[in-house]
Design a protein around this ligand. Structure first.
Ligand code: BGC
Length: 709
């Protein structure tokens, strides 16, 4: 393969090589311009589907060297930009499952559908951490924890890529956005981050390391900057950390117009020539949308201002991936004809939606039984767009914003109605108010309807007007009149369940006082059905929060793995703890933990888990640790391992975790990753809350042997 690539590079003109580095945005050029780009050897196009992609590929393979193009798409939770595809829960919703197999299956289904559309590459998974929840893109992440994000991300990558990139139904994954993007100051999308390199390596690199280990073929550069240097031109982040330290072998693509942004938004380059030179030298192999890069680098090389080797290296990275994909033999991915939106895929989406539901409070009202008449009230009860969330064909401006979602899908209202019909329960529905605003009398009408019922299911939340790129929020309270509606409904004294359909955690301390609280992050096609199944006990909820819920936006950040040392330990007007913590989630059965054993010799942790209730249920066993004294400050608690386990009523099982010494590592002042000898505490249990964990202490010595406390 190496020889073939070197021969090809040797035959390529400078123009052909520069073109390989360009990714053309299909929606921003005319069809003729796109064909021109294909003929001159553009490396890739993004946001083009089906036959239009096939036409471009035909032009590319007829070009002088016939190097096939790669087609990239944002298949973020399913191949959502195709209007007949299977739409999965958002990444955050999927993360509630803590289920690696499910993540792989989601990736696999998505890959089959993307490949069947003739495309090769999805810009997924997102490995940014959601630590400041005001950020508009929290829904795209796996939540706040680096280890959880890394494990789930690697599982999804496995699903996209499979074992063989040349298989007809495998596509390239893209770990993005490298790196620290979610950590922008004030949660202002794409702004500077205040992360040091030590901290980058200690926390934010963890999921990317996992992605690289999983063989992720591509990585996307983040928009933001680290300590004033845009990631796009951070040689330290790209060359030293990604290539040299992590050993990344694939190719790097910039994010949208990153190169031009160096001139127009970040003001670190005088002109496009300088921006192109610095971006190429930092290690960006493919340039998304800044097509002028093409002329600039040709001129730079001709003028002796950029070494041709820089271009050759980038082209080598790109061609290696194309060759591994078998594109030269088979330029078009064949996929599995007829699989887009097929029954089998929809079943996987249903299962994913079920596992994404998190029950956070239940005073006994759930599961709903023997109800005569239920009032379903709230803006997100019957809003499929709010349920889908971002990155679907009708939420994305480049696609068909005005289109009506294609069936099959099930909203909450519909899901409730279907079950109620069988249970002989009457359902009355009124929206009550919008997510943003509504008529003045709507709240009164909702209260009047509620008074005729014996139960209220209140369904508030947010929608794409309030999240996504360019949509950061300062205030995470329920928007519009939703809080007013809640308080009015609560005042009736009728038993009330709040079912929050939301892109991300909102501040809902009052709603948390409902008789039951259920969280449904953007659940995709079957989010409504899954929520209804949980409400009526048809499905035993098993979701666990991958992200904490604050009481108030002013409490942010509120992630569980904070550093110690806060004078006072809380705000004077709010507690230190979140309203709901990372890892929390209830079930209709109860789990008991006992008998934690850990040996510092073997690093094997074991605990006995019993299903003490009368229903089969799934628990996520979570393992955390604390480094008691360390050379740099370390978190009060850090997730180290987890496992999802299903137990029958009365069943007890010993759950074992084989840990490794490097799992206890930190990044020291010299930016070295080391496991420092000394005392540690291991904690195992149901959530990140101290009261949910059983703990034991142990020592790690220099030789990694001996002595339990
Ligand atoms: C986003 C990326 C996305 C790209 C292509 C950018 O604005 O930040 O996540 O993959 O657009 O659509």
């Amino acid at each position: 393969m190496e020889q073939r690539i070197e021969e090809l590079i040797a035959h390529m003109t400078l123009e052909e090589k520069a073109a390989q580095m360009v990714q053309v945005p299909y929606n921003q050029v005319t069809r003729e311009e796109a064909l021109e780009w294909a003929k001159k050897g553009a490396g890739s196009f993004l946001h083009v589907l089906g036959d239009e992609a096939r036409e471009l590929q035909a032009a590319a393979v007829k070009s002088r060297l016939g190097v096939p193009v790669l087609f990239g798409i944002d298949a973020i939770h399913g191949h959502g930009l195709n209007d007949h595809a299977t739409i999965f829960p958002s990444q955050l919703a999927l993360a509630c499952s803590w289920d690696l197999e499910l993540c792989t299956e989601m990736g696999h289904v998505t890959a089959r559908e993307v490949a069947t559309d003739g495309l090769h590459w999805t810009f997924s998974p997102v490995l940014c951490l959601a630590r400041d929840l005001r950020w508009g893109r929290v829904d795209e992440t796996f939540g706040e924890d680096a280890v959880l994000s890394g494990e789930l991300g690697a599982a999804v990558i496995k699903g996209y890529q499979g074992d063989d990139l040349s298989a007809p139904d495998s596509i390239l994954a893209c770990a993005k956005h490298y790196i620290g993007y979610g950590e922008a100051v004030g949660a202002r999308d794409a702004c500077d981050t205040e992360i040091t390199f030590r901290k980058l390596k200690d926390i934010f690199v963890i999921p990317f390391r996992k992605a690289v280990e999983a063989g992720c073929a591509t990585v996307m550069t983040a928009y933001g900057s680290v300590d004033g240097t845009p990631f796009t031109i951070s040689r330290k982040a790209m060359k030293e950390l990604l290539r040299e330290e992590l050993g990344f072998q694939g190719f790097v693509v910039t994010d949208w117009d990153n190169v031009a942004s160096l001139v127009t938004k970040q003001y670190v380059c005088e002109n496009l020539a300088e921006a192109s030179k610095k971006s190429a030298e930092a290690g960006n192999d493919m340039i998304m949308t800044t097509t002028a890069f093409f002329e600039e680098v040709i001129r730079l090389v001709r003028d002796g201002k950029l070494k041709e080797k820089v271009i050759d290296d980038a082209v080598r990275h790109i061609l290696t991936v194309k060759l591994r994909m078998g594109l030269f033999e088979q330029p078009e991915k064949k996929g599995i004809p007829g699989c887009i939106g097929c029954e089998e895929h929809l079943e996987t989406a249903k299962e994913a939606a079920r596992e994404s539901i998190v029950l956070l409070k239940n005073n006994g009202i759930l599961p709903l039984r023997n109800r005569k008449r239920i009032a379903v009230i709230g803006p997100n009860a019957d809003d499929i767009k709010a349920q889908y969330g971002d990155w679907t064909y009708f939420t994305h401006p480049n696609f068909h914003e005005k289109k009506i979602p294609v069936r099959p899908y099930v909203t909450v209202l519909e899901g409730i109605r279907r079950i109620a019909e069988v249970e002989d329960t009457e359902i009355s529905y009124i929206k009550g108010c919008g997510v943003l605003s509504e008529r003045d009398d709507a709240v009164e009408q909702a209260v009047a309807l509620a008074k005729e019922c014996d139960t209220i299911v209140f369904v508030p939340g947010d929608n794409v007007a309030l999240h996504g790129e360019f949509h950061d929020r300062a205030n995470l309270e329920l928007s519009g009149k939703q809080e007013e509606l809640y308080l009015a409904l609560r005042k009736t004294g009728i038993p009330l369940v709040t079912l929050l359909v939301t892109s991300k955690p909102l501040c809902i301390p009052k709603e948390a006082e409902s008789d039951a609280l259920v969280i449904a992050f953007n659940g995709g096609m079957f989010g409504g059905q899954a929520a209804a199944e949980v409400l009526f006990g048809r499905y035993n909820p098993c979701g666990r929060l991958p992200v904490s819920f604050p009481y108030h936006s002013g409490q942010l950040p509120v992630y569980y793995n904070c550093l110690p040392g806060w004078h006072g330990g809380k705000y004077v007007d709010f507690p230190a703890e979140p309203l709901f913590s990372f890892g929390e989630g209830l079930s209709y059965t109860k789990f008991h933990y006992e008998n934690l054993r850990f040996s510092a010799d073997s690093l094997l942790a074991e605990i006995d888990l019993t299903n003490a209730g009368d229903r089969t249920g799934s628990e996520v066993v979570q393992v955390y640790f604390r480094d008691v004294v360390s050379s740099v400050m370390t978190p009060v608690k850090k997730l180290i391992a987890f496992r999802r386990v299903t137990l029958a009523p009365g069943e007890t099982r010993t759950i074992g975790f084989q840990l490794r010494r490097e799992d206890f590592a930190l990044v020291d002042e010299q930016e070295r990753t080391v496991t420092e000898p000394g005392e540690f505490i291991l904690m195992v249990g149901h959530s990140s809350k101290t009261e949910d964990l059983i703990q034991t202490g142990f020592y790690l010595n220099d030789q990694s042997d001996k002595s339990d406390l």
